[in-house]
Write a protein that binds this ligand. Structure first.
Ligand code: ADP
Length: 267
């Protein structure tokens, strides 16, 4: 079978990107995009670091909203498409920037999705980056196969997997882990999000999604992959995301911020 020439073009384009990380989840709504956004915010809080997010969640791009970039458009420059910048050292590229309105639906078949992923990786002028963080749709679909194939050609660090403690989510994460093993994508680790809620009135901690089988940590032990930590539920995370701000700077002294930071520094 002929080798896709895009593989070499992507490798060339991404030569100036030191680390490439793919963020995965088995299910939607577990906080994958929220984690991606805050991983980027956390890295970018060091002004010496350059980071960018690539959002290939083609059917439900939520990164523009979370990053406060709704309504932005992609710009063409001499050397390709330019990312949209949140800060000087934090750029974003999303299929959402190609839509006319945030309410537009993307209804594309596999080859077209593959085409846009290829274009994002080959034609975006990322500049020198320390980290490129790729947000993907939930599950394991055509998009994942494309992303993994292209990023592996350019040398990918590996995948971060986001889950809740609930068994329905973990069930799909096991599939996700097996997918990574099959396509030989290293697993950097699993993050358990929405892990407990501390009542602001009485400080009592409630497990909103009780882990009936030991949660993500036990699953990681069973499947021999690294467990990176837990992030609790905090309604202020959703509020920060809704207004496009970083929760890490909006609510700097919460347990969830401490958890985010600890996980980010461990990656
Ligand atoms: P996914 O990308 O997995 O579909 P999102 O990142 O869009 O999930 O998160 C789903 C919803 O849950 C969003 O409304 C988000 O603000 C909220 N959310 C994510 N993590 C937390 C958390 N730890 N505490 C409270 N709300 C959260």
């Amino acid at each position: 079978k002929a080798v896709d020439p895009a593989l070499e073009e992507i490798r060339q384009r991404l030569l100036c990107v030191k680390h490439k990380i793919v963020v995965l989840s088995g299910k939607g709504g577990v906080g994958k995009s929220t984690f991606t956004a805050h991983l980027a915010h956390g890295i970018a809080s060091d002004e010496a670091k350059q980071v960018a997010i690539l959002d290939v969640d083609i059917c439900g791009p939520s990164i523009p909203r979370i990053m406060g970039l709704e309504g932005e458009q992609v710009h063409q420059s001499g050397s390709g498409w330019s990312p949209v910048y949140v800060e000087d050292n934090l750029g974003v590229m999303s299929v959402g920037f190609l839509l006319n309105s945030p309410d537009d639906a993307v209804i594309w078949r596999g080859p077209k999705k593959n085409g846009i992923i290829k274009q994002f990786l080959r034609d975006v002028d990322w500049g020198d980056l320390d980290y490129l963080v790729v947000d993907t749709p939930p599950g394991t679909s055509d998009e994942h196969l494309s992303v993994v194939q292209y990023l592996k050609a350019a040398g990918v660090d590996g995948a971060l997997i986001i889950t809740t403690p609930q068994e329905v989510s973990l069930l799909d994460v096991r599939k996700e882990i097996n997918f990574c093993k099959k396509v030989k994508l290293p697993i950097l680790g699993v993050v358990e999000n929405m892990s407990g809620f501390v009542c602001p009135k009485c400080q009592h901690e409630t497990q909103i999604f009780p882990p009936t089988t030991g949660g993500a940590e036990q699953m990681c032990k069973d499947m021999n992959v690294p467990f990176l930590g837990r992030i609790p539920l905090d309604p202020r995370i959703g509020q920060s995301c809704d207004v496009g701000k970083s929760y890490l700077t909006e609510v700097p002294d919460s347990p969830a911020t401490a958890a985010f930071k600890e996980i980010i520094t461990s990656i």
